[in-house]
Design a protein around this ligand. Sequence first.
Ligand code: CAA
Length: 258
Amino acid sequence: DADYATILVEVRDRTGLIRLNRPKALNALNTELMTEVVAAAKAFDADPGIGAIVLAGSPRAFAAGADIKEMAGKGFSEMVAEQFFGEWDSLSRLRTPTIAAVTGYALGGGCELAMLCDMIVAGESAKFGQPEINLGVIPGIGGSQRLTRAIGKAKAMDLILTGRSIGAAEADALGLVSRVVADEEAEATAFEMAAQIAAKSSIATAVAKEAVNLVFETGLAEGVRAERALFYSTFATEDQTEGMAAFVEKRDPHFTHR
Ligand code: CAA
């Protein structure tokens, strides 16, 4: 897209693609890139023509982390004053389902960005890790929280304290990723999943991901109660009427809020 310097944006059918595009820096996440990814994601989120978002990098790197060169000279006061990395949080508030297609490095902020998405599709070359400890710092885009929720304390401590990275097979075994496929298939698989999701009622998909994400913020009883309320709310939609009528009439549903 002509408006962006560090990303490429594309629409394929009902899926929006955001491609990180700083190849010489292995897609290191600087402030400009953060601002652009967030702006593009919010624009897709506001577009009723978009039902799912794919976030991708390059074959060699999804993203090798936050931009170390940008951060190196900064001090505490500056980081606080800028609320450095703060904007990334808005990706967790998108209603549109998001899928990260990861090949190559997803380290530090790259791993955190992938985890900010609803699902990760990994190519066989994918490498995930939180190597911040090697730089004398710690994860700062939610890695200590989201990695631990994703793979548990034992494995998260291992990765965050040693800084080692793991391959696609280990990430799969740990439950960090939804699917592992050949590198060449990673984006195509993400797009297939996105197309399936984008064909549903967008109200239903938004509510479904909201319900799943509640797990990370509530206890079981409260979460089940909240799910029930969200479930009831879907019966206020035309799409529930249509979806159930289509089943009974043995035809494909035509969702209004696609
Ligand atoms: N920030 C800035 N530049 C980066 C970068 C990063 N995170 N990662 C790679 N680059 C740059 C390199 O400096 C290099 O640039 P030059 O050609 O100008 O020297 C270019 O990308 C290619 O990188 P390498 O030559 O290092 O490539 P390699 O194949 O030898 O190694 C790598 C690949 C193992 C991923 C290595 O680049 C590396 O270790 N990168 C840093 C990984 C890292 O520490 N990430 C965490 C960053 S901190 C963070 O993310 C904080 C947080 O919580 C958000």
